[in-house]
Design a protein. Structure first.
Length: 471
């Protein structure tokens, strides 16, 4: 080995400078080789924990901003009843630039759900203030905040539904002007739980609010997207008569007018729902993609759903129902590449052991199932779950969630796959505490793979965590 190389006797006659150079080279080369080896795909580049003490902290979403900076939002100072909305800014090298907290003067507790960055580098956060029922009769309100790149809060919008009951944000999208579109839920007066889509101008005014009360009493939006013309799309789960559910999907104009609303059904017996939504313009055509679950073969179990809709009309284009380990399956997150391949991450249940595993599947641009992959951390048959997905700069698939390891419990897990199927590398975070470690969001680009979530640590409870991984 170079590190233990001894000089050849002939080197004794070299000039002193040459001996120094040879000695330095003998030391530097192993270090150089070690550095190269450390840059292998899946290796951790750095890890940063964010803690406010012994109470709970967690990052729930991450966004990229100009200047290769990263913003995480989530909760801080959390107890069983309440928490504080937090936003933290990091440089690509892991340096924390600032952190900001928000609590409403009118309601106890707050939480950040989604974060996005506009073209000027301003940071938009969507979340909630208040406490969910039954701890609070009036429930939560939707909150949207805007921060400058330096962390100066520009405005706060708080939205309370007409019934002044429980309202919440589940997803966030920005248009080219920086207007924010929030998808979530609101409890109406005598209508039960309804869809909510909320548009907020770049200046902080509510442009419009749209709600949808389906045939049943339980409707909630889970995904929102926006196109280049400022049209908003929203999807979720809507209860029908008799207890059936459908991924009701709507298109709303820039002014909030309903252009179309469809209740597509997939599978058998009228049981399907959407959990995530993506918009893509492909070859001049506007397309929507969603993932979720639908009742599959013979109505005995639900399968992971990937579907494509025509954004102009809401008509079905393609869909696949993916049966993983033989029992129930579902999609939780979705990403679509530039050619129309749609990747969904979620979970699948083993028909033999009844253990939930991580699950990822790809529907190709023609609507066919290209591949599927159940996965968990060994040894043994262990619980796992994916709730986040992205594509790196090379088109590889990045999934995030958790995986149980024997003797360690749930560990924060990031897994990379080749776009044409097959595992590339895993990256696992194990906290020093005994609680649950989870990757909640992933973001991949030319700088690396960034995984945001939470880890348990001895002495400080549950801490928020951001990790940078070599792609």
């Amino acid at each position: 080995m170079l590190a233990r190389h001894r000089a050849h006797p002939a080197a004794q006659s070299l000039p002193r400078v040459a001996l120094i150079f040879a000695f330095a080279l003998a030391i530097a080369l192993p270090l150089l080789f070690a550095a190269v080896a450390a840059a292998a795909g899946g290796d951790t580049i750095w890890t940063r924990q964010f803690s406010t003490g012994s109470k709970g902290d967690a990052f729930l979403d991450i966004a990229h901003g100009p200047g290769d900076v990263y913003y995480c939002t989530g909760i801080a100072r959390a107890t069983e009843e309440t928490s504080t909305l937090v936003v933290v800014k990091y440089k690509s090298d892991g340096t924390k630039l600032w952190s900001r907290f928000y609590l409403s003067p009118a309601k106890k507790g707050s939480a950040g759900a989604r974060v996005a960055v506009d073209s000027d580098g301003n940071v938009i956060v969507a979340g909630t203030v208040g406490v969910a029922p039954p701890a609070s009769w009036t429930g939560r309100d939707v909150v949207v905040l805007k921060y400058s790149p330096d962390g100066v809060r520009k405005w706060v919008v708080r939205w309370d539904g007409a019934a002044q009951r429980d309202d919440y944000a589940a997803d966030l999208a920005l248009d080219s002007s920086g207007a924010a579109y929030v998808g979530g839920g609101t409890r109406g007066a005598g209508t039960g739980q309804d869809y909510l889509a909320l548009a907020v101008t770049p200046a902080g005014g509510v442009r419009w609010a749209w709600t949808y009360d389906g045939p049943g009493v339980r409707d909630y939006a889970t995904g929102v997207a926006v196109d280049g013309g400022g049209n908003c799309y929203v999807t979720g789960s809507s209860q029908g008569k008799g207890g059936s559910t459908a991924p009701a999907t709507a298109k709303l104009s820039r002014r909030g007018a309903q252009v179309w609303l469809k209740r597509p059904q997939y599978g058998d017996e009228g049981h399907s729902a959407a959990t995530a939504l993506a918009y893509r313009r492909l070859g001049g055509e506007r397309r929507l993609f969603l993932t979720g679950s639908a009742m599959g073969l013979m109505s005995t179990r639900q399968n992971l759903l990937i579907a494509e809709l025509n954004a102009n009309t809401g008509a079905k284009v393609h869909h696949v129902l993916v049966d993983g380990d033989g029992a129930d399956d579902g999609g939780e997150a979705l990403v679509v590449d530039a050619t129309g391949n749609a990747y969904a991450a979620g979970w699948t249940t083993s028909v033999t052991s009844h253990v939930v595993h991580g699950f990822v599947a790809r529907m190709d641009a023609g609507g066919a199932l290209a591949w599927q992959k159940p996965l968990w951390l060994g040894p043994g048959d262990n619980e796992a779950y994916f709730e986040a997905i992205d594509l790196d700069a090379a088109g590889n698939v990045i999934c995030g969630g958790y995986g149980v390891q024997p003797g360690l419990g749930p560990e924060a897990w990031v897994q990379s796959f080749w776009p044409t199927d097959g595992e590339r590398w895993p990256n696992v975070s194990s906290g020093s505490g005994s609680s649950v470690d989870i990757c909640r969001a992933v973001l991949a680009n030319a700088s690396g793979v960034f995984a945001a979530g939470q880890v348990s640590r001895t002495g400080s409870g549950v801490d928020a965590q951001l990790k940078k991984i070599e792609p």
